[in-house]
Design a protein around this ligand. Structure first.
Ligand code: DGJ
Length: 564
């Protein structure tokens, strides 16, 4: 039996549908690739054509399988995340050589989209926290084809050696296949950023002592590294400059001739070879889908020497080596679990590296650190670790702080890099010194105030109540966080946002005093300022200060004036 012939208007509709169906995949594919763009001193992540501030949370290492993650999505939304930072495990992706299983990645993509979030994917490939525990069994077992690094005694370590082309080729092939898959299934760019490997680092010796490593150690320093050092000699990280200078600042020679014989020289050597390996992996991935890519580092405990910490990773004192060795990476990133957040973010930005904190300690202080990172360091993003386990005051504060960043994101992004924002944070752990900064024609002193933890039971705190059960406790200090940021809106007009910060002002014009003309508390709804109340009297200490109360997040719009 034949179907009746369609009439003309019906034919037109079918034709339009057919054209749409043919065009649609192309249109979806045509969504602009996330990319990095400079604005003044800042490097911003551009997603869908707009600067995007990552309010992130990194999943615990074994939490990314959709079936397991499913019940956590409401909590992730309640924390006001806009981005989930999630691992992709090589051993699950390529369980047999050449056979790829994308179920976990596809599930993550679907669930992230359903929950209105973007993803940063972490490639747990050859290295994860120094080790090669995520290499598939077919790699792990075939040590002849995929050799290991060796310690000084010649003992095999569970660390794939970066000196073996077969290791690099296997990792590169898997990573490129992952990126090709994303190109095919993620035309809308749910994935906005990719981390290549995880916390690379040599331990317990500063260098690999396998046969291939020994040969490379005896060879001359590669010309490309020498050229980069010579070309940037005045801008090098001071620690690298010092190692080079101590050995005579030579322009050629073996590794020991150019960098000396100690562990510091071995670390430079390993950093170069790790970087070259990662560069090949990242470049092959970018060839498939040119998303911005970075590598992260475990930081160094005070007093530790190369070999005692995961050495040679993308650490700030090695940034020049990583830049020269891995041009396919867009930046390097710190995992900040230590309390000296100001110092580490300074080290990671001092040579123009954009700041993205893919992992941070889950604590009540995380939110203050996040506000500081966006205000003071032009951060791309901030992301506490094992975010699905957030609970108690830490979770409340994170949700509150991320809500402020959500409200202010367009303004922060518009002013980043133009010397129109500040961050407020205690400058060193335990410091009681006010933080003095200049913004436009004003000097601003910030002092910090903590209060006892909120009472979770009495409903006074912002609590994600039902989410508290069953989660690992966050690291709590016994006080609320203190930190914030400022955005300069006009010569004398500012937004201050944060918690536990008191601000006093001075004019840079000699002989003139600063005064508060108006202080208004409010919030942004859909980008529009909503007035809540005028602050005067006790709330401004009778015109002497602006106070972002402890224990509660506020945004205040302030106009200053001068008198004499
Ligand atoms: C840093 C690593 O990068 C994470 O994957 C995780 O292992 C945490 N450390 C645990 O604290």
């Amino acid at each position: 039996m034949h179907a009746p012939a369609p009439n003309a208007s019906c034919r037109g509709a079918w034709l339009r549908l057919l054209v749409l169906a043919l065009l649609l995949p192309g249109l979806v594919q045509a969504a602009a690739l996330p990319q990095l763009r400079r604005q003044g001193d800042a490097t911003q992540l551009i997603v869908d054509g707009q600067p995007y501030l990552v309010r992130g949370g990194e999943l615990g290492n074994s939490s990314a399988e959709p079936g397991y993650l499913h019940p956590y999505w409401p909590k992730l939304r309640a924390l006001n995340l806009n981005t989930l930072v999630a691992p992709v495990h090589w051993n699950l992706l390529e369980p047999e050589e050449g056979r790829f299983d994308f179920a976990t990645v596809d599930g993550l993509l679907a669930d992230a989209r359903a929950n209105g979030m973007h993803l940063v994917l972490l490639w747990f490939g050859s290295w994860k926290n120094s080790m090669s525990c995520y290499a598939p069994g077919w790699v792990k077992r075939d040590t002849a084809r995929f050799p290991r690094a060796r310690d000084a005694d010649g003992t095999s370590l569970e660390i794939l050696t970066p000196f073996e082309p077969a290791n690099r080729a296997a990792d590169t092939h898997a990573f490129a296949t992952l990126m090709r898959h994303l190109r095919e299934v993620d035309g809308q760019h749910t994935v906005i950023l990719v981390q290549v490997e995880n916390e690379i680092g040599m331990i317990p010796d500063a260098r690999d002592h396998g046969a291939a490593a020994d040969r490379a150690w005896a060879a001359p320093v590669p010309q490309a590294l020498m050229d980069a050092l010579v070309q940037h000699r005045d801008q090098l990280a001071p620690e690298l400059s010092a190692v080079w200078a101590a050995a005579g600042s030579r322009h050629a020679g073996s590794w020991t001739e150019v960098f000396g014989t100690g562990a510091a020289a071995e670390e430079v050597f390993m950093a170069w070879h790790f970087a070259r390996y990662v560069d090949e992996v990242a470049a092959a991935g970018k060839k498939e889908l040119a998303l911005p890519m970075y590598a992260n580092a475990a930081l160094i405990r005070p007093g530790y020497q190369p070999g005692q910490y995961p050495s040679a990773g993308p650490l700030p004192h090695l940034i020049d080596v990583w830049r020269a060795g891995a041009p396919a990476l867009d930046f390097i990133a710190p995992d900040i679990y230590f309390p000296d957040f100001v110092r580490w973010t300074d080290l990671y930005t001092r040579s123009g590296n954009p700041l993205f904190v893919p992992e941070a300690l889950r604590s009540v202080d995380a939110t203050a650190n996040a506000l500081y990172a966006f205000g003071a360091r032009n951060a791309i993003g901030f992301s506490p670790f094992a975010v699905e386990s957030s609970d108690g005051p830490g979770a409340s504060y994170l949700a509150g702080g991320f809500d402020l960043i959500r409200q202010l994101a367009p303004l922060i992004a518009a002013h980043q890099g133009l010397h129109q924002t500040l961050g407020f944070l205690q400058q060193a752990p335990g410091s009681t010194q006010p933080q003095r900064q200049r913004l436009g024609q004003w000097i601003i002193d910030a002092s910090f105030e903590h209060e006892a933890p909120p009472q979770l039971a009495d409903g006074l705190a912002v609590v994600i109540g039902s989410e508290r059960q069953g989660a690992t406790a966050d690291t709590h200090g016994d006080a609320s966080p203190a930190g914030g940021l400022a955005i300069q809106l006009g010569d004398d007009e500012f937004l201050f946002a944060g918690i536990g910060v008191t601000l006093t002002f001075a004019s840079t014009e000699p002989g003139w005093q600063a005064g508060l003309l108006e202080v208004e508390e409010g919030r942004f709804e859909n980008g529009q300022w909503q007035h809540l109340r005028w602050l005067d009297g006790d709330q401004t200490h009778q015109g002497r200060h602006v106070r972002l109360e402890p224990g509660r997040f506020t945004i205040q719009r302030v106009r200053l004036y001068r008198h004499h």
